[in-house]
Ligand binder design. Structure first.
Ligand code: ANZ
Ligand code: ZN
Length: 822
């Protein structure tokens, strides 16, 4: 054994050795219980950052721990490799996006390998690989057959000056990010997935996920946004239907105006050839240039449009307005304005001096419309509501809805905030949508046997904003699979969230050439037992992956109904209180840290510095501390190396010091096991290992050659190495082989603790007389007071000190301290 801890040399050695032994490759084993551990796969930017290091260090501990516990562990890794950065690099540097991506993958894989992560690289996938996107396309076609993929016109952000479609993020204050021209909404044909068909299941099945953070489930719930209410039909004076969705039919007598979304087609009709036509159209134009988010954030604006509606129950004549706070794509795009009981309506009515009529009255002080300072949205009884007066409002909701139903002017309705998923992207670097347009046959899906529709290598991009693939004649022009005539291909590509919605299934059978995956294999591995990643994916990615899993279940491709059984959302890595980022210049490079201290230290620090869900503050001192700790482990092993070489481990104890060591070993096993298995509290698990090393150190300092209990020391060191293995895998394997072991520590069983050894635990208690420390004594843990008293008073030193004195008080801090007041 070398005297020094040469981390760099030994880390490389073990990484090679693990690869040679194929230690991390797994196969289905139907006799054994499986455990599927997954970290969110990265976008191959080319550089590993600390967020990755944290994510993968956490995952690797769990994977290695579960393996030692005896599970058949699937722990794969791959690349979410389609997306804009590659396309931008291609435009900027005139390199094919495919090449740029491949280089980055090679780089990042190399970096990942230096971390010593236990991935089964045989299952590596890259979503931009034709072997992968072939199946993304195949799945698209299955969705299409089921009516779950469809095309419709949808409003997109359009910059008239750049002649391009813009993503929402590229629109800043209603203008194009590049040229600052006001952005239009343009209706273009787009592909959608019908996720709204699954809204109820996506919502209900959240209840089957107790292993998900509550906050993530709430975000999903809000995103789905289920509202129960009614659709109510008002009529204009001229007899047009004005259908509104409301959650509060009970407030219908309080309606003082109607509002239409400015884009609503009825608006133009109602103002045609009136004095309102011009100002209303100007208003529409202004509002249309904003995104929904911007609309929600700006001041409420609106205009009366010169028409009136009739309230179907009260008969009131009410003015019709347009306003920016009513959205076209929710409900019916129309609202009945009830200022007394809806805050948005209250603000609007106050600004435009519309009447505020109270129709729900709480117990207590009478509300008055002209004295309200905000809306009253809560429960109460109906007032000013004709024959419904006096009803509790919950009952009134039912009754009013029923009465309107009978008149054919309303019905119960459930609304979702969730919209169908727009998957078309006018981009190059993505999965081509496998559809062909033929003049004779119309929209023709590419037959499965012709997949994949290969994405051509392209380096020329005209900045037209249209799909770059439109400019590629070879790709664009094809023959119709149906009639053999001339046809053109769909040139939009898929949102990259489609690619990442099923990769966890591909891992279960990554090389399958005849199907996306084999059902039996997928059924063995699914669900993912533990998914780990950033909370920024709490909504979209997780929702889409859940949606896909449910569709694939319905297609009978898998028995899984949920993809991820348990979810851990890791916190951020901060430096000086801020998220590490290039622009802030506070980035710590993982490569440098690994070079300077080794991967084991880097992993240990990142796991030790904070529990996984909390944010973690980078701290060079902490890194050094972990490095010193590993050196301490090394030195201790070195000190005993020769002595215990030919000795078997043993648990026989001969004296108090031995007993303390034995207890400490079992205590550490228990603590680490529980912390990792039950709570993922890796930081406290690591402190327990550190404590064990302290005890071993103390043991070494307090024993001489004759009293050294070497079998016990060996027992202690072997267990330390076993406990350390998931956290610092390289040094653990090196120390394991230094202990004379012939096979990897990562093939060992996780150590078990002996409850008995723990029960007999002793504690060291301080004995004070009048507050002054006089003695330290060992007692069995949790000894009852009378026995403790007896034992203290029997000790020689205390007896002497107490001679001739009377004890007035006997104070005990359990397991810590005894104070005798005399
Ligand atoms: C009258 C009313 C009275 C309302 C009241 C609420 C309280 P959630 O719960 O989010 O589904 N609304 C309906 N369609 C809208 C649209 N396209 N744009 C903006 N607002 C719209 O919200 C449902 C409520 O949001 C509906 O119920 C409607 O206002 C408004 F005391 O109708 B309510
Ligand atoms: Zn055809």
């Amino acid at each position: 054994m070398q005297e020094q801890y040469h981390f760099s040399q030994l880390e490389t050695k073990w990484q090679k050795d693990w690869e040679r032994q194929e230690l991390d490759q797994v196969a289905e084993d139907f006799e054994r219980e499986k455990y599927y551990l997954l970290e969110m796969f990265p976008y191959p930017s080319g550089h590993l950052h600390m967020g990755h290091v944290r994510n993968y260090s956490i995952g690797d501990v769990v994977a290695r721990f579960k393996k030692m516990e005896g599970y058949n562990v699937l722990h794969p890794m791959g690349w979410d490799s389609f997306g804009l950065p590659a396309e931008n690099a291609a435009i900027k540097n005139r390199v094919p996006a495919a090449l740029w991506t491949k280089d980055n993958i090679v780089n990042m894989k190399k970096q990942l390998k230096t971390m010593g992560l236990s991935y089964d690289w045989e299952r590596e996938v890259a979503t931009s690989d034709p072997d992968y996107y072939k199946w993304t396309q195949w799945l698209f076609l299955e969705f299409y057959k089921k009516g779950l993929a469809y095309k419709k016109k949808a409003a997109v952000n359009w910059c008239p000056s750049c002649a391009t479609v813009l993503a929402n993020e590229q629109v800043v204050e209603g203008a194009c990010e590049r040229c600052e021209t006001l952005v239009d909404k343009k209706d273009l044909e787009q592909w959608f997935f019908k996720i709204t068909d699954y809204a109820d299941r996506l919502l209900e099945d959240l209840q089957q996920l107790p292993g998900w953070p509550e906050k993530v489930k709430i975000m999903q719930e809000n995103w789905i946004g289920r509202s129960e209410g009614a659709e109510i039909c008002f009529k204009t004076e001229a007899g047009h239907d004005l259908k509104v969705f409301t959650t509060r039919p009970d407030t219908i007598f309080g309606v003082s105006y109607m509002v239409l979304a400015p884009e609503h087609p009825l608006v133009s009709e109602l103002v045609a050839d009136t004095e309102y036509e011009e100002p209303v159209h100007a208003f529409i134009k202004k509002v249309k240039s904003m995104t929904n988010i911007e609309r929600a954030e700006t001041e409420k604006e609106g205009l009366f449009i010169g028409a009136y509606a009739i309230n179907p129950l009260s008969g009131d004549k009410i003015p019709i307005w347009v306003a920016n706070y009513v959205l076209m794509d929710y409900g019916t795009g129309m609202v009945m304005g009830v200022p007394a009981h809806d805050q948005r309506d209250f603000e609007f009515a106050t600004k435009f001096q519309l009447p505020i009529k109270v129709v729900i009255q709480p117990d207590g002080d009478l509300l008055e419309g002209n004295k309200l300072t905000e809306a009253f949205p809560a429960e109460g009884r109906l007032v000013n509501s004709g024959r419904y007066d006096g009803l509790p409002n919950e009952q009134a909701i039912q009754k009013i809805t029923r009465d309107l139903e009978q008149k054919g002017l309303g019905e119960k309705q459930i609304q979702y905030r969730l919209r169908d998923w727009l998957i078309s992207r006018q981009r190059y670097w993505g999965t081509p949508i496998p559809i062909v347009y033929c003049e004779k046959c119309g929209v023709v899906p590419v037959p499965a046997k012709d997949l994949p529709v290969i994405l051509p290598i392209q380096v020329a991009f005209k900045p037209s904003g249209e799909s770059p693939l439109k400019t590629n004649g070879e790709f664009l022009n094809c023959t119709c699979p149906n009639c053999g005539g001339e046809a053109t291909r769909e040139t939009d590509t898929m949102d990259t969230f489609v690619d990442s919605s099923w990769y966890f299934l591909r891992y279960t059978d990554a090389k399958n050439a005849v199907a996306p995956f084999d059902r039996e294999k997928a059924d063995y591995w699914m669900n993912v037992d533990q998914y780990i990643g950033g909370v920024e994916h709490a909504i979209l990615h997780l929702m889409y992956a859940r949606f896909f899993t449910k569709v694939l279940f319905d297609l009978k491709l898998t028995s899984a109904q949920e993809p991820f059984q348990n979810l851990l959302t890791q916190g951020m890595v901060l430096k000086d209180g801020a998220k590490m980022s290039k622009s802030k210049g506070n980035v710590v490079s993982p490569e440098e840290i690994i070079e300077q201290y080794g991967a084991d230290t880097a992993r240990l620090f990142i796991l030790f510095a904070a529990p996984p869900e909390r944010d973690l503050e980078w701290n060079e001192k902490g890194v050094e501390g972990c490095f010193r700790f590993l050196n301490r482990v090394w030195r201790l092993s070195y000190y005993y190396h020769e002595k215990i070489k030919n000795i078997s481990p043993g648990e026989v104890t001969k004296n108090e010091l031995d007993k303390e060591l034995l207890r400490s070993i079992h205590g550490a096993i228990k603590k680490v096991t529980d912390d990792v298995r039950l709570r993922f509290n890796f930081n406290t698990a690591i402190s327990a290992i550190m404590e064990l090393i302290n005890t071993l150190q103390k043991y070494r300092d307090h024993t001489n050659v004759k009293s050294e209990n070497l079998p016990l020391v060996r027992f202690g060191l072997e267990n330390t190495v076993l406990l350390l293995a998931p956290f610092a895998p390289h040094i653990a394997d090196e120390l394991w082989s230094n202990l004379g072991k012939k096979t990897s520590v990562h093939l060992e069983a996780w150590p078990k603790y002996d409850e008995k050894a723990l029960e007999l635990a002793e504690v060291t208690m301080v004995v004070q007389i009048n507050g002054k420390v006089r003695e330290r004594l060992n007692f069995p843990k949790d000894l009852p007071e009378p026995q403790l008293k007896e034992l203290v008073l029997e000790t020689e030193k205390i007896k002497q000190l107490l001679q001739g004195k009377e004890i007035t008080k006997f104070i005990i801090v359990p397991n810590k301290l005894i104070n005798l007041v005399v």
